[in-house]
Each structure stands twice: as structure tokens, then as C-alpha cells.
Design a protein around this ligand. Sequence first.
Ligand code: F6R
Length: 260
Amino acid sequence: MTDHVTARETRLTSGATVVVAGNYDEMSILAAGIVARHIAEHPGTAITLPTGETPRGMYEALTGMIRGGELDFGTIEFFCLDDYLGKGINDETSLTAWLDKAFLTPAGVHGPNIHFVPTLADDPDAAAKAYEASIEALGGFQLAVLGLGPNGHIGFNEPGASIDSRTRVVDLTDESRTQNAAYYDSDQAIPDKAMTIGIGTLLNSPRIVLIVCGSSKAGILRDALQGPVTAEVPGSYLQTVGERLVVITDPEAASELVLD
Ligand code: F6R
């Protein structure tokens, strides 16, 4: 990865900062830098980070810092953001298994401070409430890093989700299931239900970082940041948090934004 950062920073009318990195690697390094600084400055606090293609580089950078002794991930409480109902870390098509392979195992950060979405619970609704309660007990998230789905979802808060939603079981859209099936060399079906941390839980965080890359996200990123605030684009709720939001993109994802 390059460490030559050529990012351009702009303030949106919503108060959010948009940082357009020179390329994917710079986006990843910038995002990892925010996470690392946060962990160093706010030990003991709760954070959540996403899975997916977008954060691969961020996890690679974080893994390098942890293995190099620059970052101690054991000092924060990390909560996985979402996963499929009925799939856990031992299921290769779960998001938790993805995270384990891409980050937890290479970085060696297993431990009681790593909290998995309780998708295997006998009573998923009660387990979702308990997951939410354990986040609240720590004072809520002090940092939430999010990706943006092609349909505007954040976490697995799909179109139609309410702004004050909490951790719960949700129905997945066919679009999200198709998107995620593409991650795996597997013919296993992607479930039609998931458990996700809610939008209200995420928006309460004093620092929210949205990372987005690739030209396929340009239109939905514009809708999320500069379109109307609507349940049809859950990412648009991020406009309501003002300057607590930092968006880090590559040039392709930012190509349809109107920036001064
Ligand atoms: C994953 C998650 C999703 C993804 C989004 C973008 O934990 O919460 O909201 O962030 O679907 O996924 P990628 O990065 O694969 O395009």
C-alpha cells in the first residue's frame, strides 16, 4: 500500500466532511488511521466496523499496525455490525467468518472484547435486544465505521428502515442477497433474514465514518449525501448527524457528488 496521501477535503451543507482520497489504498489508510487514533485516545469504548469489499484495505492496514505493535485492539469493545440469521463464525458464508478470515485471525485479536452478532440464538429477537443492551451499557458507540450498500443500506438496515431503529432481525432485499452471494465461491444460498445493529444505535455515535469506493456506488453515494433524507435510502439518514460524519471515498465513488 502507498503511504502518499493526496486526499481532498470538502465540507457539505449538512456539516459532514467528505475526504476524496487519491485512490482505494489511500482511502483505506485514512480510514484505518481514524480507527487507530480513536482506539489510542478512547480506550475501553465501544466501536463497530463493517464487513464487505470496501473495508478490506482498512483491515489490511489495521492488521499491519496490530502485528507491528503500534495498535492494541484489546483495549476497545468491538461489536460486529451485522450478519445473516442462523449463520455464525463457523459458516463460511457468514459475515463473521469473513471478518475472522480478513482480520481477526491475521491480526490475532480474538478475545472477550470481540462481540459477535447473536445470529445463532434460540430466541433471536431477545438476543438482538440483549446485544443492543450491551452496547448501551458501554455508553453506546464512540466510533461507527460504515459501508454503503448499492441500495443505500447501512449495516443491514434496508430501504424502509426507520431512523430510530435498534438492533433487530430484518428481512433482506433480493438486491442485498445477490450482492453478498458474489463474495463467496459457494453455491450456498444467502438467507433472507439477518440481524443488524439499528440506525438509531449507529447515529448516536459521536464519530461516524462512511467509507465508499468504486464507480458503481457513485449514484447511491450522491443520493445518500445530497439527495432527500428518506427511508428509501437509509444512508441518507447520515445527513442528520452534521459534522459528526466523515465520508472517505475514492475518486470513482465521489464522481457524482457536487463538491465546492
Ligand atoms: C457489511 C455491511 C454492509 C456493507 C455494504 C457495502 O457489514 O454492513 O452495509 O457495508 O453492503 O458492502 P461492500 O463494501 O461489499 O460494497
